[in-house]
Design a protein around this ligand. Sequence first.
Ligand SMILES: [Mg+2]
Length: 355
Amino acid sequence: MEIVSIRSFMPTAARKPADWRGWMGQICVRLETDEGQVGYGMGGGGEAGMHVIDTVLRGVLEKADPTPIEDLWEEMFSATLAFGRKGLAIMAISAVDLALWDLRAKAKDTTVAHLLSEQPTARLPMYRTISKDADPNRWLGQIEQALAEGYEAVKIGGLGQMDPTTDADAIVDMMRQARRVSGDIRLMADVGMRWQDVDAVAALCHRLAEVDLGWLEEPLPADDLDGYARLAATSPVPIAGGEHEFTARGFAELMARGAHHIYQPDVCWCGGLTQLLEIYRLARTHHVQVCPHRGSEAWSLPALQTVDPSPLAESGRPWMAWVGGARWADAHVEASARRGFGVDEQALENSTSPD
Ligand SMILES: [Mg+2]
C-alpha cells in the first residue's frame, strides 16, 4: 500500500468563529492510498500549516507506505526540525498523523478506538467549559444550565482578564459565587497563560483552596517552567496545563520538572495520536493525570476511550460538531461506531466551499 494523494484544506463551517481561531486556524488533511482508502485528519497552523504540508511533508509522504505511522512521524519531525519542534509545524504534522491513524483503522475495517483496545468505553462523562464575561447573570446562569443538563464538572474560563495582585479579592469572590451556584460538583478555572507574577499566583492559589478547585489551568506563560515548578510544588490547588505544549518530548520535560499536576495535550496540535498515546504513557510513569484539551472531539476520543484511567472529556467546541465522530448529549459523549475516527467525510469535503 502506498500514499498516492495528499491534500490539505482549510475547512469552513457554520457557527465557526469569525477568524477560525486565527493563527491557530484549523486545517484538514486528506490522504488517499493506491488501494482507494481515504484518511482524514485535523490539525492547526492555518495557511502556514498547509504550506508545511504541501511543501515539506509531501516529500516524506508521497509514495510512502502509510502503515508504519510512528516511523513516518519521526521522518516528518526530522524534515521540519530546523524550523519546527514546536508550534505550527507540529500542528501540521498532527493533521497528517491523525489521517494516518484514520487510514490504519479503515484498512482493518474498524474504529481507531478498537485498534487500541478490544473494549473501548463507548460513553464518557464531559465537563462544560464556560467563559466568564462581565455579566455575572450570564455566566452564573450558564453554570445553572450545565447543572440542569446533568454536568458534574464545569470550568470557568477568562480569569486571565483579571490581575492576580490587584484583583485578588474580586477573583476569590467570583469563584465563591461560582462554587455557591455549582454546589458540590467539580469546579475548575482557566487563566489562559495571562498571569506573570508567580508569588502573587501562589498566594492566590492558597486563597482559592477554600472553593475546592479541581484545577487552575495555565496560570502562567507556557515557557515559565521555573515558575510552574515552584507553583506546583506548593499550590494546594492542582495546577493544569499543556494545551500549548508540543510533542511527547515537550511533555517529558514538563513532567520531569514537575510543572503540572494535570496535563492537557490537544491532539490536533501536539503531534497527533502518536504523541498523545506517548504522553499518556509518560504520565503513567510520572503518576500524573492527562485530561486532553477538547477531549470530547472525535480526534482525541479514542485515547480517552482506551488508555485514560479516569476519562473526563472537555465539552466540544460547537463549531466542531459538523465533523461528527461523536455525539454530545446528557453531559456525556458517545463515540461513533463508524470506521476510523468516525468523522463525517461528506461534511468534511463539503466544508471546503464557503458556507
Ligand atoms: Mg485552556
